[in-house]
Write a protein that binds this ligand. Structure first.
Ligand code: DQA
Length: 146
């Protein structure tokens, strides 16, 4: 069965209550549940993980290299702008990588305009809220099934 990993970076566990004017009112559980439903309908296996720790995100990417994961959808959150280590881990992963941001990072502070992860990502979606994850999953499924 085709398999996708959804990875959420630091502070995204607070979605729903964290700056809802920027990140929306949906919780992370709402987003993950919708993605699980979408994956199920397409016959895909999905794992959703959130961590506030860079090393745990890297370990999850390493595990995905070995367990047949076809694609990673990642919102690295603040690590987007700082983490060469997450970029290196993604560079060692051979499947598709889609980077998602809830907010339009390009419309915000200058430090959010640069993404290390974009150097690896096959696609980037920003500014569409939780819809961005659904579109990323749709793109992953479409790319694999043609
Ligand atoms: C974010 C944007 C990042 O700049 C920020 O640090 C986040 C969330 C987004 O989804 O819009 O935590 O990745």
């Amino acid at each position: 069965m085709n398999k996708v990993l959804v990875l959420h970076g630091p502070n995204l566990n607070l979605l729903g209550s964290r700056q809802p004017e920027i990140y929306g009112h949906e919780t992370l559980a709402d987003i993950d549940n919708a993605l699980r439903q979408q994956a199920l309908l397409a016959g895909w296996e999905i794992a959703c993980r959130q961590s506030n720790h860079e090393g745990e995100l890297i370990d999850a990417i390493h595990a995905a290299r070995l367990d047949g994961t076809a694609a990673i959808i990642i919102n690295p959150a603040a690590y987007t702008h700082t983490s060469v280590a997450i970029l290196d881990a993604l560079n060692a992963f051979e499947g598709r990588v889609i980077e998602v941001h809830l907010s339009n990072v390009h419309k915000r502070e200058a430090f959010r305009h640069h993404s290390y992860v974009s150097l690896r990502a096959d696609g980037v979606i920003a500014g569409l809220g939780s819809r961005g994850y659904a579109l990323a999953l749709e793109a992953v499924i479409e790319a694999a099934t043609g």
